[in-house]
Structures are given as structure tokens and as C-alpha cells.
Design a protein around this ligand. Sequence first.
Ligand code: HPA
Length: 269
Amino acid sequence: MSWNQAVVAIQNRTQLVPTVGVVLGSGLGAFASELEDAVEIPYDQIPGWPVSTAIGHAGKLVIGKIGDTVVAVQAGRAHLYEGYNMAQVTFAVRVLGKLGVKSLLLTNAAGGINKEYQQGALVLISDHINLQGANPLLGPNDDSLGPRFPDMSEAYSRDYRAIAKQAAREMGTSLAEGVYAALSGPNYETPAEIRYLRTIGADLVGMSTVPEVLVARHMGIRCLAISCVTNMAAGILDQEINHEEVLEIGAKVRGTLVELLKRVIPRLG
Ligand code: HPA
């Protein structure tokens, strides 16, 4: 893969060397405008970078600072359901890793399977179940990136979760934790699928994040992931799920999420 061309293209646009990467999910793109000394690079200006087609995703890389921390923010990500393959879905994370990123903070919109959650809640992902039927690490292993059989026993850093909980406490709020099940989409699940996912231990369901975390962990990058429960999963409430609602709830939590990220990022050492 041509990560190096992408790395060089980005390095030609900024002297800043990011140590923290951020991936913003559907309707959660507001954080990108918070960076200082920011350079914005549209995805179509980075060789090999997939252009996000999902509504609610901007499609630019923003590199800038939060305090003293240099951050690379992906406003918009590529998903399997858009027709991208796993190499394309994870291309950006590998480029960020090659640029020097050591910590990755991901956000996503998710359906709440756990009935304790409220619509609009922010939930820390404690672990995941990969049900996408694919894996970005399949195929010959690139030993320069990481080992053939990477460990996933702490895919979502315990320390980072503690940092996020502390930051939430300072804001007078709290964060629950939950297990995220990733499906390919693009359809929302059936009520039977949600009952199945609950039975196997999932609290949240979505269509992203897991591929990026797999390649990040492969490269030794530590991960923190935050889901916004944009809707209760199928069959829990007697109502349909639609993408407009997902975006609307994303917009409602914007302020809280932006503040949380601003507090957390400088502490991800
Ligand atoms: N299911 C899958 N993905 C989602 C959902 C959902 O209910 N809500 C937001 N993303």
C-alpha cells in the first residue's frame, strides 16, 4: 500500500507532527474546528486516501493543536458499507501511525442495546465483538507495522478510559462503559439480531471503529473510543430508526463531546 506517498503529501502541508489521532463519527464532526494553528487537507488531496461518501461526514484531515498536543483529526471516515474494502477503511489510521500518532481517539454513532442507556448518552467502549465478516489484518503480515498475531486483551486502554471518566467527572457528568458489536451495515439491525447481540454480550451496535482499532493495536497505538447512543437499537422502542435522527442526536451532544475531547486529549501521553 502507498502509505508513504500519503505521509509525504501530509508532511508537505505542515511541520506539525501529530501524536494523537482523532476519528470523528457520523454527525460528530464539530470538534475539527477546535484546533489551533490548524491546517485542513481535503481527503481528495491525499494520495490513496478514501473519500467519505456518508452523509454527515465532512471528508478532511485537520492537523493542529489542542494546548501543546498536536492532533490529527479525521473529519469523516470510510466505512465497509460504502463499498470500501478493509485496506481502504483502515488506510487513514495506518497513515496517521506512520506520521507518528501513538494514541487514537475514535468516536461513533451507535445503537444502544443495553436498556440502561438513554438516547444521547456518551458511552466508553470497553471491548468489542467483530461481526463485520472481515478483518483488515488478513493476508501477508507487514512486519514493519506489527506482529502476525496481535494481542487484543486490552484493545481499549484501561488508563485512557480512566482519564475519560475523570474528565467527565470534572464536567459534572459520568460515562458508562460497554461492549461494541460491529456489523457491516448498511441496514440497521432486525429486532432478532439485537436480541442475539444482547445475548452474546454487546451493549452497543454500530458499523465502524473496529477495523480502525484492529490496525491501530497491530501498530501498538493505544485506543480510546466513545460512542454516542443516537438511538435505542431495533425492537427496544416501538419506533423505526433513521439516519436523520442519528445526525440530530449527534448534533445535540456536540458541545459535551467537544469539551470532553478537549479535556482528554492533552492527557493521552
Ligand atoms: N445500529 C447500527 N449502527 C448505528 C445505529 C444502530 O442502531 N445507530 C447509529 N449507528
